[in-house]
Design a protein around this ligand. Structure first.
Ligand SMILES: [Zn+2]
Length: 194
């Protein structure tokens, strides 16, 4: 009996963790993507994909901010307008994930709504300052801040290494890197010139 229990215990302990659903998933579903490891002026990743491709929640969480109106103008190029149509969520890991230049956003995606990893947040497009450029998802990783803190929301920690991991089905969390940077620069750093 004891032997049986022991064998069972070992079997359970040794079960591969890979059987559990991953916490993180790549934020563009069912589409070919391309992204560079650099971004102009600040930390973010532009994920090139066809217009209409699905921007999905990279983790379970709650919708933070949603903008359904493209107010961007090349004349003013205001930082707050550059994202065009966008959605941000606060993941269960405490990290904020932001996707912008969207073509459309489902009506059900509203601030405070719970979302699951892989749930549709919007369709990729070229709104905001991406007008006239190749459709892409501007993807930003930051920490939660009060509404309209666009210079934090657009991205603070470089996403590409997390994107690489999630694409391979590996769970790599940016939570630590986000916490370290927030501690260093403060919750609301000064508004940058660019
Ligand atoms: Zn961008």
């Amino acid at each position: 009996m004891l032997r049986k229990i022991l064998v069972l215990t070992i079997a359970i302990t040794c079960m591969p963790a890979a059987q559990a659903a991953p916490t993180y998933i790549f934020p563009v579903a069912n589409c070919e993507v391309n992204y560079a490891r650099a971004h102009h002026d600040y930390a973010a990743t532009d994920i090139l994909a066809k217009a209409g491709c699905r921007f999905v929640a990279p983790i379970n969480g709650v919708v933070d901010e949603v903008n359904r109106t493209d107010l961007w103008s090349g004349k003013t190029n205001l930082g707050i307008d550059r994202g065009g149509l966008y959605v941000s969520i606060i993941g269960n890991d405490g990290v904020r994930y932001y996707g912008s230049h969207l073509r459309s956003i489902p009506a059900s995606i509203q601030p405070g709504v719970e979302v699951k990893a892989g749930q549709l947040l919007g369709a990729i497009g070229s709104t905001g300052s991406a007008r006239g450029t190749s459709p892409h998802l501007h993807f930003g990783i930051s920490w939660p801040t009060p509404a309209d803190t666009w210079w934090v929301r657009r991205g603070e920690v470089l996403p590409w290494k997390y994107l690489d991991a999630w694409k391979k089905g590996k769970d790599l969390s940016p939570a630590k890197a986000v916490a370290v940077l927030k501690e260093k620069v403060g919750e609301i750093p000064p508004v940058p010139k660019k």
